[in-house]
Ligand binder design. Structure first.
Ligand SMILES: *Cc1c(COP(=O)(O)O)cnc(C)c1O
Length: 458
């Protein structure tokens, strides 16, 4: 039976048409179409059923933009990033962003160095990792040594590094966490690195907790190991969130190209870079860090455009907005926004610390603008943080609960991410909703039975 043929006469009201009454097609293209207005209304209505993105404090990604960004995005809807020939100015804007970000990260050759936009930090991590794998393999080949067992060493990394390791056949050596240490400690490195280590990947803004891994100390330890063993192991920093926070809030912190050992860095433009979803960045310290046989040369405008990417066609709007943000906000604007987020996160941490049920693990000071906590007495409580997530969801809040990675899988934590557009009053309301939910859970014997609600870590 073809869909939507059952209605003899069309109602003038959108909610009384055959489509509205019978429901939209789920698995088969309908036989006939409808007007744009009707299609727009019906499809938009599906979106009501999503959570409210502004109250989603599980995500790191941009959920608020100003009106001009909507306009520019619409202006860019037909621009394909890969068509450098047809849209040379979009390509030029991408190149400007690369150099602006390289200088933000103190590249010694910011105006010269190489880098590119990606769909996010995940693609950027793949490219950064591939470059390091290639460089390691070239080195091993030259030395006439085996090059079939590459590994990478890291702390509690985001899932993209597990993907990189699996897709590109690299052994991932993740240094386990322990009570009182929520990131890799430099002195642990010596037990994990060897001649097959393509890189060490510290995270600036660990996904699970929001803390920074100590990049400087990690580099110093690798310097020491080089003196001791001759192993010269490069560092790639996953600065997905921290790459657009640290330069503004922690300018003295040494984590970027000021450290010689840092060869490449990735960040998500669509997180604290404040661009809409779909843009990341990877930058190399200087041109020689990117093995040339990974770069494909595409002819354009009589010149030659080197490209290094996993995708071909890709939208250009997010990149144009990244540039818009740099022009619109300037350094001061970014600093103001990130410090407003940090203040709100620190305020929330102070309030939550007053609740006897919670134990604050990270209070929003010194790294990402977020709060991470666990139950103080999980063994005595007759509820879990998954129950708390579910309870505050009744007020629209989406807050991630998840176990920490190895060796602390028994510790379940919650993380509240404060982003551009999360106001002081929103934070205050969230605090009261958490407090109310905890009171309810304290009084009512609810035990979460199954795996619990799951929110993304991104
Ligand atoms: C979010 C995140 C990623 C993945 O970034 P996408 O832009 O979502 O692909 C990688 N690493 C860290 C540390 C992250 O926080």
């Amino acid at each position: 039976m073809p869909l939507w043929k059952t209605c003899a006469s069309e109602s003038p009201d959108i909610y009384a048409t055959a489509r509205a009454v019978e429901g939209l097609a789920k698995a088969r293209i309908p036989e006939t179409g409808v007007s744009p207005e009707e299609a727009y209304n019906l499809v938009r209505d599906e979106l009501y059923l999503d959570g409210n993105a502004r109250q989603n404090l599980a995500t790191f990604c941009t959920t608020w933009v100003e009106d001009e960004v909507h306009k520019l995005m619409a202006d860019c809807i037909d621009k394909n990033m890969i068509d450098k020939d047809e849209y040379p100015q979009t390509a030029e804007i991408e190149a400007r962003c690369v150099h602006i970000i390289a200088s933000l990260w103190n590249s010694p050759e910011a105006e010269e160095t190489i880098g590119c936009s990606t769909t996010g930090s995940s693609e950027a991590a793949m490219l950064g990792g591939l470059a390091l794998k290639w460089a390691w393999r070239d080195r091993r080949k030259k030395e006439g040594k085996p090059h079939d067992k590459p590994n990478m060493v890291c702390g509690p990394v985001q899932v993209c590094w597990h993907k990189f390791a699996k897709y590109f056949d690299v052994e991932l050596r993740q240094i386990p966490l322990s009570e009182g240490s929520l990131h890799m400690r430099p002195e642990q490195l010596k037990d994990y690195v060897d001649e097959n280590t393509i890189c060490v990947v510290p995270t600036l803004g660990v996904t699970f907790t929001g803390v920074y891994e100590p990049v400087k100390e990690i580099c110093q330890e690798l310097d020491r190991l080089q003196t001791e063993t001759g192993l010269d192991i490069p560092v790639h920093v996953d600065a997905a969130s921290g790459g657009f926070v640290a330069p503004f809030l922690h300018p003295e912190l040494l984590w970027d190209f000021r450290l010689d050992r840092v060869k490449s860095i990735n960040a998500s433009g669509h997180k604290f870079g404040l661009a809409p979803l779909g843009v990341g960045w990877v930058i190399w310290r200087d041109k020689k860090e990117l093995p040339s046989d990974l770069v494909f040369n595409v002819d354009y405008l009589g010149g030659n455009m080197p490209t290094f990417a996993l995708n071909f066609s890709r939208p250009g709007g997010q990149i144009v907005i990244q540039y818009y943000n740099f022009m619109r906000l300037g350094w001061d604007g970014y600093r103001d926004i990130q410090s407003a987020c940090a203040e709100n996160a620190q305020y929330l941490a102070e309030k939550l610390a007053e609740l006897p049920e919670l134990d604050i693990l990270y209070d929003g000071n010194g790294a990402l603008p977020c709060v991470c906590y666990r139950l103080k007495h999980p063994d005595k409580a007759h509820y879990t943080l998954y129950d708390l997530s579910e309870r505050v969801r009744m007020n629209g809040w989406q807050i991630a609960s998840y176990p920490l990675p190895s060796d602390m899988e028994d510790t379940v934590v919650q993380r509240v991410m404060i982003r551009h557009g999360v106001s002081h009053d929103a934070v205050e309301q969230l605090y009261w909703d958490i407090k109310k939910a905890l009171n309810y859970l304290d009084k009512n014997n609810i035990k979460w039975s199954e795996a619990g609600p799951s929110f993304s870590h991104g």
